[in-house]
Design a protein around this ligand. Sequence first.
Ligand code: ADP
Ligand code: MG
Length: 348
Amino acid sequence: MSIFENTERTEVSQLGEFGLIDLIKKSFPLKNSSSLLGIGDDTAVLDYGNKKTLVTKDLLTEGIHFNLMYSPLKHLGYKAVAVNLSDICAMNAIPEHIAVGLAFSNRFSLDAIEELYEGIKLACERYNIDLIGGDTTSSASGLFISVTALGAADEDKTCYRNGAHKGDLICVSGDLGGAYAGLLVLERERKVFEVDPNAKIDLTESEYVIERQLKPEPRVDIVKMLEELDIKPSSMIDISDGLASELLHICTQSGVGCRIMEDKVPIDYQTDEIMKEFGIPPITAALNGGEDYELLFTIKQDDYEKIKSRSEVSVIGYITEPNEGYQLITKDDKMFEITAQGWDHLKK
Ligand code: ADP
Ligand code: MG
């Protein structure tokens, strides 16, 4: 039996911790030659040859980072993996491995854990990732998921936040603000449902933004594209807290200023419509909404010719002298100072 074949509600306690781990192990055969040993011993053993190892970890907490009312467990598993892979991508590297730490209460049956792992599995398949270990424990209440991702890169290809120089072009992948628009819609529908559980909820008009919120994709494709185009970004970061906050990280760590143009910031049509419905300027969702998991990077001006025809990347501005500050030029040609409002979970 694999973890996905179980059909009735089974308590995890019936299986026991080791039974569960065994089930997980059987469901995740190793794919990468760098995975010498996966689940089953005290540690995994990995071999990245002569490359450098990159490691990252995120912890997701029920009620803070996700709400199980509208976040299906499968999506949650997928997202928990995706956000970590995104961090490896942000170093201009390809992720290869994850370890998953889980704590859950007896509210969660084996079927629920199975659903979570279905999402984890889907992300592992899509991005060619091996699950090589983890930890399983119980919690007094709620669900905690901690994912550690690892990847490898040549040292001279790794991109840090501190490498941007005056004159570099500022680029972003995909489009921004969608995940925040999706969150607004889901929160609105949750409130409707709380008042009237029989209310008809139609989300077809918001499918794209809801998907952006519930199922972000790490931009492994952009890392591969940059390699193909022979571009090494001078700096890079992934957009988990909104464009403003990430741009300021690059600028402060690189000791530079920036100027971006509102009309160049990529915003999807559906995001635009929904933000207007909520009476919030769409650019605010792009700047201060969170969780788009696109890549923000800077390139030398000489690389512009190589990238300009790629529709998955937008050039939104350029790096300036530090004393010029952090500027946003609006569509009506006014200048605003960019400040980071970020997505601070601790402030909520
Ligand atoms: P230890 O006592 O050394 O922490 P465990 O009994 O917790 O060992 O884990 C046994 C093996 O199962 C280890 O290889 C560990 O990495 C793996 N493992 C434990 N929990 C999970 C999980 N939730 N997902 C994937 N692998 C896991
Ligand atoms: Mg353990």
